[in-house]
Design a protein around this ligand. Structure first.
Ligand code: CTP
Length: 403
């Protein structure tokens, strides 16, 4: 679990998004965190402390005069115990209170009293779009960040008031992903990373094509892990049915040629290229413009193939890769003799690091096992979830980049 051992103080302020905080609290607990809920009086108008106590498994705090604390200082005790304070939802009014350093109720008092260098404050605003766009709010948000708070951003769309725009609180799963990322080490901070993922689809005619069983899960996990490690990540994805990792910029492509064009347009800015995509080796040489019809004779169509460009090999031969300005990592999906094939493939593609895995054993699965092959030899990353393996791989790559 990604938040095991973390103690989160979850602060709720007045806003309809409080109903989402129940789900967030549950998600944090499921991920292994202990959660202490603190609510303002206004928050208690939207959701009851009973609900939040049941979900967090701890009594909720709401008053600075709470006599349950032996020293009668809940603002000190609660803030000292926290690995992070998360305000979700954080109202426009509460943002203004934080900016002013107000301390006339428990939650703002606790935020003010927190040891600023040790206990991070993460803020998930929630408000009507006009309130969000108002210069006062934007000015306060800028000041809040200057004072060291981390702004988690807002969602966009239909609001409880019936208007549509920016200012909704992020969804609980988005907040969870941001929080998990927040606690990860940042060895790729300041780097730009380009990742390819998924299969490609090569058209035979407008309704048929050739593809493969790659689900894209490993590549998406790699993109997510790189972003968690602090990188600015672009993910070039073939046709897959997966949610974009938070904070990752995604470019959807279909064929190998599309993928090559998307990579070429972006690779100059990257210092790390990770090719996890299962690119089709061949495409139908002459895709038909119209659907190929049966003519009743029983004859089957003749399919001729053309070889697709090798994206990884081309990138690895570029001057930036050759000079060391761009570090290239390849993947190899094999069905047998993994080590021998991976070593041969590393040499053929001209990359410093090649990651081998057994394709049929991993396609579509949530776990995998990896074999890291470089000039010195091979290291095994034993079977684990793709998310965990991706993190291990990214920290291994970060060590190579730093060396
Ligand atoms: N790759 C690529 N472009 C291609 C084919 C492969 O960028 N046209 C990349 C993959 O993303 C992966 C690595 O090259 O990082 C190896 O892919 P794989 O399909 O295992 O190897 P192939 O080169 O296709 O070799 P073979 O089919 O002989 O196994």
């Amino acid at each position: 679990m990604d938040l095991t051992g973390k103690h989160i103080v979850l602060g709720l302020t007045g806003g309809i998004a409080c109903y989402k905080s129940a789900e967030l609290c549950r998600a944090l607990v499921k991920e292994g965190a202990t959660v202490q809920v603190v609510m303002t009086e206004a928050a208690e108008r939207f959701i009851t402390p009973v609900t939040m106590q049941a979900l967090s498994g701890r009594p909720v705090y709401g008053s600075q005069w709470d006599a349950r604390e032996p020293n009668n200082m809940p603002h000190i005790n609660l803030s000292r115990a926290a690995d992070a304070i998360v305000l979700a939802p954080c109202s426009a009014d509460f943002i203004a209170r934080l900016v002013q350093g107000r301390a006339d109720e428990l939650l703002s008092l606790m935020c003010l009293a927190r040891p600023i260098e040790r206990v991070p404050l993460l803020v998930a605003p929630a408000m009507n779009r006009e309130m969000w766009a108002h210069p006062a709010t934007q000015r306060n948000l800028a000041q809040l960040q200057a004072d060291g708070a981390i702004l988690l951003g807002v969602g966009s769309g239909l609001q409880a008031c019936g208007e549509t725009g920016d200012g909704r609180m992020l969804e609980p799963e988005e907040l969870l992903e941001d929080l998990v990322a927040f606690f990860q080490p940042k060895p790729l901070a300041g780097r730009r990373v380009l990742v390819t993922a998924g299969p490609t689809y090569e058209a035979i005619d407008p309704v048929r094509g050739i593809t493969n069983l790659s689900s894209g899960k490993m590549g998406f996990a790699v993109a997510r892990a790189a972003r968690e490690a602090g990188a600015e990540v672009t993910l070039v994805a073939g046709p897959v049915d997966l949610a974009t990792p938070r904070g990752v910029s995604r470019v959807d492509v279909r064929s190998a040629q599309d993928m090559l064009a998307a990579v070429n347009a972006r690779v100059e800015q990257a210092s790390l290229f990770i090719a996890t995509a299962a690119v089709a080796d061949w495409r139908p040489a002459n895709a038909a413009d119209q659907k190929i019809k049966k003519d009743g004779s029983g004859r089957t169509p003749e399919l001729a193939f053309a070889e697709n460009p090798d994206i990884l090999a081309a990138v690895a031969q570029s001057p930036r890769a050759q000079s060391g300005a761009l570090f290239c990592v390849g993947f190899a999906a094999e069905s047998h003799d993994l080590l021998a094939h991976a070593q041969a493939k590393r040499a053929r593609k001209g990359v410093p690091l090649l990651v081998g895995n057994i394709g049929p054993a991993t396609f579509g699965q949530d776990d995998n096992a990896l074999l890291l092959v470089d000039a010195q030899g091979a290291t095994e990353l034993p079977r684990a979830s793709k998310r965990e393996l991706a993190r291990q791989l990214i920290s291994d790559i970060a060590r190579r980049l730093a060396a």
